[in-house]
Design a binder for this molecule. Structure first.
Ligand code: CUA
Length: 260
């Protein structure tokens, strides 16, 4: 039984490592990257993956070996405890501490670029994102460039943005915490009730990308999906004009423009 357990641990370790080795060829690796800063996010992911993998192999390997050999030493049939071993405690505190400090310093530039207001491109807000259980709703400010006015353009489910230029979004929640996640753009940001959060990105490939909710927000969380369409500038302007035309036709000013 003991040896079986050890083999089970070893098998889990080998299967995990193998799945990472074959993943890129099988298409199980990163999703397509359509963002101008996607490579920087992926590089950070890989950087973190190395120490994590090293310690996973080390700890599971040790565990398998110890379980395999457990009780074999007849002079010492019971486990030894290591209470108060200061040198050992220093080692397992300082090494992870140094790794975390290195990662923290290494990612600071990327984080600042993406999240600090000072680095946000100085462009008008493209759309307001309204999250609620269980859908996404988008509002463009319309011709006057302001939200909460009669020419706001409503777009349920589908968000159009211009490609190849910076896009700024304003995230709002109408109820609980959601998370705006576009894997292809490497964008993931919690959406908090009562707060306005701005994010920015730039799509380098026109196309359609899935918007998902990455925060468990209730029974319908799994179906809280939307679509992001990145269009070349001229097409984007046409799309907004089309939405404006619909607004005139229906004669109903946007209700979602003024957030609740
Ligand atoms: Cu919204 Cu999960």
């Amino acid at each position: 039984m003991r040896r079986f357990t050890a083999l089970l641990v070893l098998f889990a370790l080998v299967a995990t490592v193998a799945s990472f080795v074959v993943a890129p060829d099988r298409g199980w690796w990163f999703p397509e990257n359509a963002s101008v800063f996607g490579e920087r996010i992926d590089a950070l992911f890989r950087l973190i993956l190395w120490p994590v993998s090293f310690f996973l192999v080390l700890t599971l390997g040790l565990l398998a070996w110890i379980v395999w050999r457990g009780g074999e030493n007849s002079r010492e049939p019971h486990a030894r405890t290591q209470h108060g071993d200061r040198r050992l405690e220093l080692v397992w505190t300082l090494i992870p501490g140094a790794i975390l400090l290195f990662l923290a310093l290494r990612q600071m530039g990327d984080w600042a670029q993406l999240r600090y207001a000072a680095h946000r491109p100085a462009v008008p807000v493209t759309a307001r994102v309204l999250a609620s259980q269980f859908d996404w709703h988008f509002v463009h400010p319309g011709a006057d460039g302001k939200f909460g006015t009669l020419d706001d353009l409503d777009a349920p489910y589908e968000l159009c943005v211009p490609a190849n230029e910076p896009v700024v979004l304003e995230l709002h929640s109408r109820d609980v915490i959601h998370s705006f996640f576009v894997a292809a753009l490497r964008v993931k940001q919690d959406v908090l009730p009562g707060r306005t959060i701005e994010i920015w990105f730039e799509v380098r490939e026109p196309g359609e990308y899935e918007i998902a909710c990455a925060e468990l927000c209730g029974w319908g969380h799994y179906k809280m999906a939307g679509k992001l369409r990145a269009l070349p500038r001229a097409e984007y302007d046409r799309e907004l004009a089309r939405l404006a035309g619909e607004l005139v036709e229906n004669g109903t000013p946007s209700a979602a423009g003024s957030k609740r």
